[in-house]
Design a protein around this ligand. Structure first.
Ligand SMILES: Nc1ncnc2c1ncn2[C@@H]1O[C@H](COP(=O)(O)OP(=O)(O)OP(=O)(O)O)[C@@H](O)[C@H]1O
Ligand SMILES: [Mg+2]
Length: 236
């Protein structure tokens, strides 16, 4: 039986200050199993990115529980969460977030070195080859196309072999063809490594490629294909 990798219970979060506070996540319950690919969709401002930030341990809940790989993040200090994230969670953003004055190889290797991983540069080289950038190791981000920069970001996210890969609109800044190639790469790597993939997208076709689709609206989960399948099975 598949094992639960993520559990959110009554996850609640308000952001901002008194003058501009927004109740962003309103008591979200969610369970995700190991190896799933989950496409998260919903209107702008519905709380998708915030939900990912919570799942990445980059944003702390006001109340509720978040358990990843049997680890209750809501009970850990910020340092312990950062350590957990480094070992278990890879993150890819829409705007790549590469360090401009480091080469592709350094962008992947330096975070590994900081985490005391042995052979950081050898691993980084292998990861860049796996995303098709073996010929671009010494290029700086400014010398790479958008699609190539996103490949570096994916290599960096996957280099520590995380159980969970989180991607916030990973194809949002790319043209249609390049976006499709990046999506192909993400799914191929996900299947090959057995990683659990959570991705937010405004592209219904990309969400449809995931094994499960979740629709967020106004800080709540409005629809979940896993539950819809279950209730269809219960009726049948
Ligand atoms: N630091 C903050 N302070 C106050 N409000 C915030 C903060 N961060 C986000 N919000 C608000 O929370 C809501 C959800 O934001 P979020 O970025 O999660 O939306 P989203 O679903 O990812 O939208 P988009 O599709 O446009 O990326 C928005 O209304 C936003 O204005
Ligand atoms: Mg967003």
């Amino acid at each position: 039986m598949a094992k639960t990798i993520i559990e959110l219970k009554k996850a609640d979060l308000t952001l901002g200050n008194a003058a501009a506070s927004v109740h962003v996540l309103k008591g979200i319950d969610l369970e995700i199993e190991e190896g799933e690919s989950v496409g998260i969709v919903g209107p702008s401002g519905s709380g998708k990115s915030t939900l990912l930030m919570v799942l990445a341990g980059l944003e702390t809940l006001d109340s509720g529980e978040i358990i990843i790989k049997d680890t209750p993040l809501h009970r850990l200090s910020e340092d312990r969460i950062a350590d957990f994230r480094g070992r278990n969670i890879g993150i890819v953003f829409q705007s790549f977030h590469l360090i401009a004055n480091m080469t592709a190889l350094e962008n992947v290797a330096v975070p590994l070195e900081l985490a005391n991983v042995k052979d950081a540069f050898a691993i980084a080289r292998r990861e860049l080859e796996a995303v098709g950038l073996g010929e671009r190791l010494n290029h700086y981000p400014g010398q790479l196309s958008g699609g190539e920069q996103q490949r570096v970001a994916i290599a960096r996210a996957l280099a520590p072999s995380p159980a969970l890969l989180i991607a916030d609109e990973p194809t949002g800044n790319l043209d249609t063809d390049t976006g499709r190639q990046i999506a192909d790469l993400l799914f191929a790597q996900q299947v090959e490594r057995g990683t659990t993939l959570l991705l937010v997208t405004h592209d219904p076709a990309l969400a449809a490629r995931c094994s499960r689709q979740i629709r967020v609206r106004s800080g709540q989960i409005e629809g979940d294909s896993a539950h819809e399948r279950q209730s269809r099975a219960a009726i049948a």
